[in-house]
Design a protein around this ligand. Structure first.
Ligand SMILES: Cc1cc2nc3c(=O)[nH]c(=O)nc-3n(C[C@H](O)[C@H](O)[C@H](O)COP(=O)(O)OP(=O)(O)OC[C@H]3O[C@@H](n4cnc5c(N)ncnc54)[C@H](O)[C@@H]3O)c2cc1C
Length: 318
């Protein structure tokens, strides 16, 4: 195998895909692992001790998919990289599609892992049907573009031998952008459920928006973030989409997940399958959430939650 190229619009995220890239390198005998940073030399320099063989800094516009995909494709050609590995994030997914058409690569997004098939070809694993089964995809092209599911890349690569990378600087001509940015603003995000260690989530068992306060008090008592099921966002519009847990929301992996008035349909359950401990409060003892919960309380949330909050608060105040 030729070299493996790693790219991430957020440079700090690149070391998270390095464990999987090292595995691909050793299984397929890839020449080198390269990391590409576009536009910010300082960010590129920070990567020299992360464990890749070479850091490539390319000057140019690093914010737009059009220019980034052009530069990535040119770097792959110049450095004879056959495989592009990125974290599965919205910008990177767009880059994956654009680069794979430019270099005629097999492309698969949101992969869980990469492994070698019996005949030596590369197999990528990906969740299907909301995580009910795992599909094995054989990527047969000589060039491959994959994005890796964030929950499969939670560990940063430990460069225990402290190998320093070589550093190259490049300038590539890119086509002029057809659009002009006249104004930019930061997207307001108040919560990052992906990295939350404790989450207390509400579902349709909550009768009205004002009642969310009862659950918020419980969340505050244990230092948890507030999450929710889809109807709370889509149907009632009581909370912002960033708080939705599940297949089309955020896949979370907290130490503690408390599901309150949530039935536990598959699209929600798949989003919490990596939670270490799941506690469910539901007035229906047959609710599917109890099949995946470690601890369950069958009861009316309007009675259970305030009592639980008071009990926990008393422990915290001790
Ligand atoms: C393509 C697709 C993608 C989807 N993606 C997602 C997703 O990302 N996340 C997601 O959550 N859903 C998603 N859904 C929707 C999903 O199928 C369920 O409809 C949704 O999760 C149900 O939300 P819920 O559990 O809050 O509501 P319900 O299923 O209505 O459950 C409410 C629960 O509250 C309990 N309850 C009622 N009153 C009380 C009370 N007083 N005390 C205690 N318990 C009470 C009930 O017993 C019930 O179990 C998706 C669906 C589709 C088709």
């Amino acid at each position: 195998m030729a070299s493996i190229l790693l790219y991430g619009s957020n440079t700090e995220k690149i070391p998270y895909v390095l464990n999987e890239a090292k595995k691909i390198q050793s299984e397929f005998g890839a020449d080198e692992i390269l990391a590409l940073v576009i536009g910010n030399r300082e960010d590129a320099q920070k990567l020299v001790n992360c464990g890749v063989d070479k850091v490539i800094f390319a000057s140019g516009e690093g914010k737009f998919p059009e220019t980034v995909s052009e530069i990535v494709a040119k770097v792959m050609e110049k450095y004879e990289a056959s495989t592009l590995v990125m974290l599965n994030q919205p910008f990177e997914v767009e880059i994956a599609g654009r680069v794979s058409t430019k270099i005629e690569a097999s492309c698969l997004t949101d992969c869980l892992a990469i492994k070698k098939d019996g005949d030596g070809s590369l197999i990528a694993e990906k969740m299907l049907y909301g995580g009910v089964v795992i599909g094995n995809y054989k990527l047969t092209n000589n060039s491959i573009v994959v994005t890796l599911n964030e929950n499969s890349c939670r560990e940063i690569y430990k460069n225990e031998e402290n190998n320093l990378s070589t550093f190259s600087e490049e300038t590539f001509e890119t086509k002029p952008l057809k659009k002009k940015i006249t104004q930019t603003r930061e997207i307001e995000q108040t919560v990052d459920l992906k990295s939350s260690r404790k989450i207390v989530s509400i579902g349709r068992g909550i009768n009205k928006q004002e009642d969310i306060g009862i659950v918020e008090q419980l969340a505050n008592a244990i230092g948890a973030q507030l999450g929710c099921s889809r109807p709370i966002v889509e149907d009632f519009k009581w909370l912002k989409p960033e708080r939705q847990v599940g297949l089309t929301g955020t896949i979370v992996a907290p130490d503690l997940y408390v599901a309150i008035g949530i039935s536990g349909q598959i699209q929600h359950a798949v989003g919490i399958k990596d939670a270490k401990v799941i506690v469910a409060i539901n007035n229906n003892k047959n609710a599917p959430i109890f099949e995946i919960a470690d601890y369950g309380i069958v009861g009316d949330l309007y009675e259970v939650v305030p009592k639980l909050q008071q009990a926990l608060q008393a422990v915290v105040n001790k």
